[in-house]
Design a protein around this ligand. Structure first.
Ligand code: ZN
Ligand code: ZN
Length: 76
């Protein structure tokens, strides 16, 4: 069984929270106001194949930190 898990995992939620970014605004930033669910990977990367592709499952997502820096820099 290979159900695709949607939504952000604990680490991603905590990281976003640290940066005072809500899950909703993070989602809207990448997928628009119409998106009701997170379409990216659990680690917070908008690419739904981040874990195992950009990094191993046990590693922190370096994409997320770079994307947050970007997001904050954009003044959104
Ligand atoms: Zn990624
Ligand atoms: Zn990732």
């Amino acid at each position: 069984m290979s159900a695709i898990v949607r939504g952000l995992d604990e680490a991603a939620r905590v990281t976003l929270h640290h940066h005072r970014i809500t899950q909703a605004s993070w989602r809207r930033h990448y997928f628009g106001a119409e998106a009701t669910t997170w379409l990216g990977d659990r680690c917070g990367c908008p690419d739904d194949r981040c874990i195992d592709y950009h990094h191993d499952a046990h590693e922190d997502c370096s994409c997320l930190l770079a994307l947050i820096a970007d997001y904050e820099g954009s003044g959104a």
